[in-house]
Design a protein around this ligand. Structure first.
Ligand code: BGC
Length: 410
């Protein structure tokens, strides 16, 4: 039996936009509805978690989990600049209280990809004024919610744009900016197309400065009003490997996609590691999946060993405690989910044996939800959600991982 340290956190995660439903004041809602959108379908009611959170949290506790990571939605909390919605904050207070009622530590993410439309209309994630705006929102929210927060992450995957762009998941930004959906969005927000800077596309050097400043200032703001819970940043970390003759390129990508961020986190309480697969680089760029390697629903390789590699890399660069804040697989075959998580957890065990301070493992995702541009097709959840009736169905993997959480070992 692989026993985990006492107090190890066993969690599942969601993000507001992907599960709440009708997040209509957010920028994403607009991207999903403009003519020519690259989003497969709109998010709509999502999992109606905004209304069903009580039952969902109770179910996660019943399964055996002791951590629930979810995000609060900036577009709801601050619908217009400087105008804070007490009713929305009250909603998140009720969610936090529900976690405590069920013995679950709530981990709050202050920003998970979506922003208020007004932020994007005023320069978004490349604008030097954004860090202060973000810090003000975090401060207000913490004032209202801080006594119930168990742990917090500021920005989810601050490096996601770098990862997407440099790993070839999306065309180069110059091409994106010419796409009809992009120009339609810019028109709707009354900004020039080259001034439109949604979070998922903020990959420039300037954006990296803005993102890291937003993290730093929000940590200060959160700590200035509540000092009793750990605060960190989460990053999208693939295991970056070198294919034939790809050493130099892989090293450069590791720096540009990961290390510029990791190095900035050396003063934080913890680092959130989020890993799904590996990416191999050749001398000219990313390589396609290797022949013979199984693919997930997302089209990338089934590669659970990536988690051990990214934990080791994060520990080496930052020296900070680590919480795995996301790891998971989109698959129709729940037996492959179990196989994936088992191998990923073996990696966590190997790291713990080597003295690396890993404090928790969070599976993405609690339930099948809105997978951004890919819509509802990919199914990452431990719990299935009927798109018509919203009925929840627990998958065998949920029972299996919940039992591990209860036993604190496997
Ligand atoms: C994100 C999630 C997303 C998941 C699976 C992560 O990059 O934080 O929002 O659903 O990966 O693709």
């Amino acid at each position: 039996m692989n026993q985990f340290p006492a107090g190890f956190l066993w969690g599942t995660a969601t993000a507001a936009h992907q599960v709440e439903g009708n997040n209509i004041n957010s920028d994403n809602w607009l991207y999903e509805h403009v003519p020519g959108t690259i989003y497969a379908e709109p998010s709509g009611d999502a999992c109606d978690h905004y209304h069903r959170y009580r039952e969902d949290i109770a179910l996660l506790a019943e399964l055996g989990f002791n951590l629930y990571r979810f995000s609060i939605e900036w577009a709801r909390v601050e619908p217009e600049p400087g105008e804070f919605s007490r009713a929305s904050l009250e909603h998140y207070r009720r969610m936090l209280a529900a976690c405590h009622e069920h013995g679950i530590t709530p981990m709050v993410t202050f920003h998970h990809f979506t922003s208020p439309r007004w932020l994007i209309a005023s320069g978004g994630w490349e604008d030097a004024a954004t860090p202060d705006k973000f810090a003000r929102y975090c401060e207000q929210a913490t004032r209202y919610l801080g006594d119930l927060i168990g742990a917090a992450g500021t920005l989810n995957e601050a490096n996601i744009a770098r990862l997407i762009m440099k790993s070839g998941f999306l065309p180069p930004i110059e091409d994106v900016r010419r796409a009809p959906w992009w120009t339609a969005t810019a028109r709707a927000l009354d900004v020039a197309p080259d001034r439109l800077s949604p979070f998922m596309f903020a990959a420039s050097d300037q954006a990296v400065d803005v993102l890291l400043a937003a993290h730093r200032r929000s940590v200060e703001a959160i700590k200035s009003v509540a000092g009793n819970f750990p605060v960190g940043l989460t990053l999208a970390l693939q295991d970056i490997q070198a294919g034939p003759d790809g050493e130099a390129r892989a090293a450069q990508m590791r720096r540009e996609i990961e290390d510029v961020f990791l190095e900035a986190l050396r003063g934080d309480d913890f680092v959130g590691v989020q890993t799904y697969s590996r990416t191999r680089f050749g001398p000219d760029g990313p390589l396609p999946p290797e022949e013979g390697v199984e693919l997930t629903q997302m089209g990338y390789e089934f590669w659970p060993e990536a988690l051990e590699a990214t934990i080791r890399h994060t520990a080496a660069v930052t020296g900070r405690p680590i919480i795995v804040t996301e790891n998971g697989i989109g698959t129709m075959d729940d037996t492959r989910r179990i196989a994936y998580v088992k191998r990923a957890l073996q990696g966590v065990v190997n790291c713990l044996k080597d003295g690396i301070d890993v404090r928790g493992y969070t599976y993405w995702s609690a339930m099948d939800n809105y997978e951004w541009m890919q819509g509802y097709r990919p199914t990452f959840g431990l719990i299935a959600v009927d798109r018509e009736t919203q009925q929840r169905t627990v998958k065998p993997s949920a029972q299996w991982l919940g039992a591990i959480a209860r036993a604190n070992g496997f």
